[in-house]
Design a protein around this ligand. Structure first.
Ligand code: SF4
Length: 208
C-alpha cells in the first residue's frame, strides 16, 4: 500500500462521493497547511467562497480568523486548517451527523499524518468530535484538555462570534490563552496548568 500523504488525501477528497454533499458542491475543500504543522484547526464546513475557491476559511469568517491569529503572532503557515465536512452543505445549513461521520475518515487520516501537538476545534460540530456530543461550547470554550500526549482546545466558531459581537471579547481572551498554551506546551502536556511564573517551572518550551 502506498504511503499516505496530504496530497493523496486531498486528491481523494476532491473526487469523494461518500456522502450526498458531493452532489451540490462546486469543489471540495480538503484543507490547507503543512504536513509538519504543530497546530491543527478543525472547523465546521466550507461556505460559499470556500466552495468556489477550494480553500478553507477565505470568506468573512476566514478574515476574522486571520485577524485573531495575527493578534497572537500566528499565521496560516503555522497551522493546518480543515473542516469536519469538506463539501459545502446546501444554503450553508448545518452538516448532518451522517455527513460528519462519512468525512471523519479524512479527519482521522489528516490527524494521523500531521500528528499535531494541539487540535483547536472551531464551533460545536468539531468540538463534539473530541469532547463528546453532550459538551456545551458555552461551558468549555477556552479550556484545554490533554489526552494521549495531545492538547485539545475548544473555541467558538468565528462565524458565531461575527453573528454575536458580545462574544468578541471572549474569543480574544480564548486566543490569548491559546498563545499562553503554545508558549508553555510542555507544561500543559504534562498536565500541570498552574501559574507559569512559579519557580517550579523554570523551563518553558514553545511550539515555535
Ligand atoms: S463532505 Fe466529506 S465525505 Fe462528504 S462527499 Fe465531501 S469529502 Fe466526501
Amino acid at each position: 500500500m502506498s504511503k499516505d500523504t496530504l496530497a493523496l488525501i486531498a486528491e481523494e477528497i476532491r473526487s469523494c462521493t461518500l456522502c450526498a454533499l458531493h452532489q451540490t458542491r462546486t469543489q471540495a475543500v480538503p484543507g490547507q497547511g503543512e504536513s509538519h504543522a504543530q497546530i491543527m484547526f478543525i472547523g465546521e464546513a466550507p461556505g460559499f467562497h470556500e466552495d468556489q475557491q477550494g480553500i478553507p476559511f477565505v470568506g468573512t469568517s476566514g478574515r476574522y480568523l486571520d485577524e485573531l491569529l495575527r493578534m497572537i503572532q500566528l499565521h496560516r503557515d503555522d497551522i493546518f486548517i480543515t473542516n469536519v465536512v469538506r463539501c459545502r452543505p446546501p444554503r450553508n445549513r448545518d452538516p448532518f451527523r451522517s455527513e460528519i461521520a462519512a468525512c471523519q475518515t479524512y479527519t482521522e487520516r489528516q490527524i494521523a499524518l500531521i500528528n499535531p501537538r494541539m487540535i483547536v476545534t472551531l464551533g460545536r460540530f468539531s468540538m463534539a468530535l473530541f469532547f463528546g456530543e453532550t459538551a456545551k461550547i458555552s461551558a468549555i470554550h477556552g479550556q484545554p484538555k490533554v489526552e494521549n500526549g495531545r492538547i485539545y482546545y475548544p473555541l467558538y466558531h468565528p462565524a458565531a462570534v461575527l453573528r454575536n459581537p458580545l462574544l468578541r471579547a471572549t474569543m480574544e481572551a480564548d486566543f490569548w490563552r491559546m498563545r499562553e498554551i503554545i508558549d508553555n506546551v510542555e507544561r500543559y502536556l504534562s498536565g500541570d496548568n498552574n501559574d507559569s511564573t512559579s519557580p517550579q517551572h523554570p523551563q518553558q518550551l514553545s511550539l515555535f
